[in-house]
Design a protein around this ligand. Sequence first.
Ligand code: ADP
Ligand code: NA
Length: 327
Amino acid sequence: PRGGRVFSGIQPTGVPHLGNYLGALENWVTVQNQYPSVLYSIVDLHSITQPQDPEQLRSNILDMAASLLACGIDPERAILFQQSQVSEHTELSWILGCLTSMPRLRHLPQWKMKSKLKNEGSVGLYMYPILQAADILLYKSTLVPVGEDQVQHLELAQDLARIFNNRYGDLFPEPRALLSSTRKVKSLRDPSAKMSKSDTRAMATIAITDSPDDIALKIRRAITDFTSEVTFDPEMRLGVSNLVTIHAAMAMISVEEAVSQSRGLDTGAYKKLVTEAVVQRLTPIREEIERLRSDPVHLEGVLARGTLRARELAAPVLREVRQRVGF
Ligand code: ADP
Ligand code: NA
């Protein structure tokens, strides 16, 4: 086992899609099994920075909890908890906010993207990266599994650790990114874009709870090109290459092996092979999510135990912070 403390969060966006699974959650399971101290948070405070519906949020939190467990997060190994239940996150984020200048936030990607879409964003959306920094620093985390799109936000957490330490004396270690060999899954309807929950086109995304029939249909309709042979060429043949990526990842084989299995198959026949790999991998996950989702009290209990363990770690750190600040 390696040293260090790992923290990562995911918004309760409901059931994850294949991109979330292969780009983040699968790696979370690996990390959980490699490091002795790991926290995974369902970051519901982050999700109210956008317009939201309370009933939907409650249901999304349980969907995400069930999905994480079904994907292999083990609450005995990793502390799995709901961010809003550990109020220390909000308090630390206020204190860190008081150490952050406005221009420092204005250029961060989250604000630039999401505030433009609405022409204006909430103060909460503006402070989103500060809350992320608080999530990380509250546990004196040293390692943060992130995608490349989050690196700038992690830099803010590093800056804030430094700024706090300079102002109030050494307390926070500087967190580092734990970059995994990132696999980008593309939209099935537009392979030039990433698969994303915000892609609302029909059949663009595969949810990890999709039925075998839905998976088959979506992959059958996936955009490819007019060359029938399967090759891996993510620059020129985005659609086919996306299928190869998915196939290789789901069958846990290399891209070369996936391409060699396609020999003699046209893209139509290859899509059946891809479908099989996806269905085989997702079926036990889907069944486990259904089972867990039918017992919300159990799920709430898992999260409540995670909350207690997270608080045990957070409380002494925040006590120290408060004292240094002069409260
Ligand atoms: P979405 O793009 O659907 O809104 P999020 O931004 O909530 O997804 O991302 C949650 C996690 O899933 C992040 O770690 C992100 O890097 C990863 N992720 C999201 N979409 C993809 C994708 N298409 N391929 C690989 N990883 C992805
Ligand atoms: Na997103």
